[in-house]
Design a protein around this ligand. Structure first.
Ligand SMILES: [Zn+2]
Length: 215
């Protein structure tokens, strides 16, 4: 079973294939990369090229996809162009969001943050805490969405799929079982059948926390 959330005003949907999805439900046009927690964003790559982001023309029949098991998938839509980034703390620190949203494309019509581990679930050690310091992250934890949004222009129109890959058993989570299975998340025109998820608009103000907290 595929879940999907329409991106308002764009004609595109973010699709999510989690635990209950069959491989055959993912369309051939969805392209996934060999992700390495880096910051390279590729222009119209072949499937399984090495990189952590990609951009395609919107009319080319190929769609940007991200494999996740707690990391954050980020999607961007511009007039005539769509793209994505795979963003864990390492990729965020390396600038993968800035690489995707580089100035030459202009401000996107919308950015969508997909399901990832929530800050309540994501305890981090000293190395990551140092990166997080002074930015509003909960103490001893890391908020991937807060960090991603803090790296966008303040006027960016951001939508959030507010699901945690660890809290919610519908998603694969590396921290739940270290499985090799991944959620497949991609952006495509809205013509597939799917269960409807809701996108929530969020602010690009880094001081307003986008993620949910869990006890
Ligand atoms: Zn959680």
């Amino acid at each position: 079973m595929i879940m999907g959330a329409r991106v308002p005003g764009t004609g595109w949907t973010v699709f999510v294939a989690g635990v209950s999805a069959l491989p055959t439900e993912v369309p051939d046009g969805a392209v996934f990369l060999r992700q390495v927690h880096g910051s390279r964003v590729l222009n119209s790559p072949e499937p399984f090229s090495e990189g952590d982001g990609m951009v395609f023309p919107a009319d080319g029949g190929r769609f940007p996809g991200v494999l996740t098991a707690d990391c954050l998938p980020v999607f961007a839509l511009w007039p005539g162009r769509v793209g994505c980034a795979h963003a864990g703390w390492r990729g965020l620190a390396g600038g993968v969001v800035e690489s995707l949203l580089k100035d030459e494309y202009g401000l996107p019509d919308a950015v969508v943050l997909g399901p990832c581990i929530c800050p309540g679930c994501y305890r981090v050690g000293e190395e990551v805490s140092r990166l997080a310091r002074g930015k509003g992250h909960p103490r001893g934890r890391f908020d991937l969405k807060l960090e991603a949004v803090s790296r966008m222009a303040p006027e960016t129109r951001v939508f959030n799929l507010d699901y945690c890959t660890l809290c919610d058993p519908g998603f694969h989570s590396y921290r739940r079982n270290a499985a090799t299975l991944r959620n497949r998340v991609w952006l495509a025109p809205d013509r597939m059948r799917h269960d409807i998820l809701q996108l929530e608009p969020i602010t690009a103000d880094p001081h307003e926390k986008p993620g949910r907290m869990h006890a």
